[in-house]
Structures are given as structure tokens and as C-alpha cells.
Design a protein around this ligand. Structure first.
Ligand code: NAD
Length: 268
């Protein structure tokens, strides 16, 4: 079956909400046994309960992806409980919007700690377990901001560009080491999740036309209407479908590349 993940063991970071939660749900539907991790324990448990209620296999581990010690214990825990790992979705991420001149070094580093160091640590600790397990797939959630520049998002662009090339280097290194581990990056466009109402809302200061009336957050419907062919934002499920493809054996020859899922936003 196309995109079948039965028998595979998956770890999805940042899985309590948004794209990560959809990836976990879609992987479980495709037959994978999924370990969901996040810093938000309450919503993580909600996500696991929803997957279990649908008959999927899922469990939760609280994890801050910036902590190396926690990465070591999460992977040890999966080795002990599931006995292997075939799929890693490095999804956890934050978006801090600020002009370059106004951004503090602390914010720049904090964003890199989650978006870049989190991906590095996940990959570093997953590879040995994947090598023991068999054919595996690492999927790193970058962004179209990792392909093209965006005003007010320089730090985010820098972090997502780093994820893009880290993914390619991972693919090369695994192949050169004789490991059957593929690595690819996924580049979502404007996707309807809570990220737009978090720290990214500061972008409205330089782009007031994108603001919702009376709210300090971006109106992604208006933003999409102005920038996306077809004019609508994507849904997290539309990213998850691409992730399941990359995770499955249907993508056995897809390695070191980018899957752009943006409804043509960067095609112009
Ligand atoms: N929504 C979009 O338009 C969009 C576009 C391109 C890329 N992305 C990327 O997709 C990924 C998911 O974003 P989303 O839109 O679902 O946002 P979201 O804010 O809904 O979800 C992000 C999740 O990551 C978790 N998280 C944050 N910091 C963490 C940490 N240190 N350790 C563990 N978990 C942490 C949050 O608790 C949250 O559950 C991110 O990497 C984001 O950069 C999103």
C-alpha cells in the first residue's frame, strides 16, 4: 500500500499541536507506532488520547528538544520500550519575528537552540538507534523561509536555511557510512497553526496590512490571499501527508532533497 508505515516506529517532536500533532496522527493512521514529545504535557496527552481513540498506537514523553540530556534519555527510553526507531520527525520549532537591528542576540540564539540545535541533537541521538533498527527516515521540518528570505524573519530564515543543508549533509553522511537512513527536509508555506499567534505576531509591526482587526496577530487568511496562488493557507494535515510519504518505503529513493508544500507560493 502506498505510504504504508505499518510496523515502523516513529518519534515526532513538537507533537502537542499544529503540524507535529497532524504528523503523529497521520503516521499512526498509516500504521506506525508513534512516540509524541513536546514541552506542553497537557496537550501532548490530549494528542495521544485522540490517536488512541482512533485505534492508533501512541504514547507521550515530555521533552525540551534543546536539552541534550533529555535527547539521550528519550532515545534510551524508545530503545527499551519500542526496541528500535525507523522515523524521526524533527518538527518542534518557534518563530521569533523582529527586524535585524532590533533583534537581541539572546532571541536569535534561543530560536536557533530550538530550530537548529534541536534538529542536530535529535539526529545525533537517533542515528545509532536507527542503524541498529533497519531502513529509516529522518524528516526535518524547515520552511519556505529556509528557501527564500522574509523581512522581519531573518533569524527564522537563518535557522530554517540551516535545517535545509543539515538535512542534506545528514543524507550524505549516512550514505557514506553505509547506513540505510534517508534524510530530507520539508518546507511548508503558510499553514494554519498557532505559530502565527505566538512570537511571530511581532511581524505585524512592520506589516500592518496583515493584522487582524483589533488583534496583535497576523491575519493568515489575508496574508495567504495576498501571497499564495489560490489564496488560502494550508492545513497541518496537508503537510502531514508529505511527511508520511517521506517516512514510508514509497519514498525509498528520495534522499537529501526538499519537499516544498506551499501551494505554489515560492513558484513565482
Ligand atoms: N505554521 C506554519 O505556517 C509553518 C510554516 C513553515 C514551517 N513551520 C514549522 O513547522 C513546525 C511546527 O510548527 P507549527 O506551525 O505546528 O507551530 P505550533 O506552535 O502549533 O507547534 C509547535 C510545537 O512545538 C512545541 N515546542 C516549542 N518549543 C519546543 C521545545 N523547545 N521542545 C519541544 N517542543 C517545543 C510547542 O509546544 C508546539 O506544540 C515548526 O518547526 C515551524 O517552524 C510552520
Amino acid at each position: 500500500m502506498l505510504n504504508d508505515c505499518s510496523g515502523k516506529i516513529a518519534l515526532v517532536t513538537g507533537a502537542a499541536t499544529g503540524i507535529g500533532r497532524s504528523c503523529a496522527e497521520a503516521l499512526a493512521k498509516a500504521g506506525a507506532s508513534v512516540v509524541l514529545t513536546d514541552v506542553d504535557e497537557t496537550r501532548l496527552q490530549d494528542a495521544v488520547a485522540a490517536i488512541s481513540a482512533e485505534g492508533g498506537k501512541a504514547r507521550a514523553l515530555v521533552q525540551d528538544v534543546t536539552s541534550e540530556d533529555t535527547w539521550a534519555s528519550v532515545i534510551d527510553n524508545i530503545r527499551a520500550e519500542e526496541g528500535g526507531l525507523n522515523i524521526l520527525v524533527n518538527n518542534a520549532g518557534i518563530a521569533v519575528a523582529s527586524s535585524i537591528v532590533e533583534m537581541s542576540l539572546e532571541d536569535f540564539r534561543r530560536q536557533n537552540a530550538v530550530n537548529v540545535e534541536g534538529v542536530f541533537l535529535g539526529t545525533k541521538y537517533a542515528i545509532p538507534l536507527m542503524a541498529e533498527t533497519g531502513p529509516s527516515s529522518i524528516i526535518n521540518i524547515s520552511s519556505i523561509a529556509g528557501l527564500v528570505g522574509a523581512s522581519g524573519l531573518s533569524g527564522y530564515c537563518a535557522s530554517k536555511g540551516a535545517v535545509r543543508l543539515f538535512s542534506k549533509a545528514t543524507a550524505m553522511e549516512c550514505a557514506d557510512g553505509g547506513l540505510n537512513i534517508r534524510a530530507n527536509s520539508v518546507h511548508p508555506g503558510i499553514i494554519d497553526t498557532e505559530i502565527w499567534t505566538k512570537e511571530i505576531s511581532a511581524i505585524t509591526e512592520s506589516n500592518p496590512e496583515m493584522m487582524s482587526d483589533g488583534a496583535n496577530s497576523i491575519d493568515i487568511q489575508a496574508f495567504s490571499a495576498a501571497t499564495v496562488p489560490g489564496g488560502r493557507p494550508g492545513q497541518p494535515e496537508e503537510i502531514a501527508q508529505g511527511v508520511v510519504f517521506l517516512a514510508s518505503d514509497a519514498a525509498s529513493y528520495v534522499n537529501g532533497t526538499e519537499l516544498v508544500i506551499d501551494h505554489g507560493q515560492t513558484a513565482r
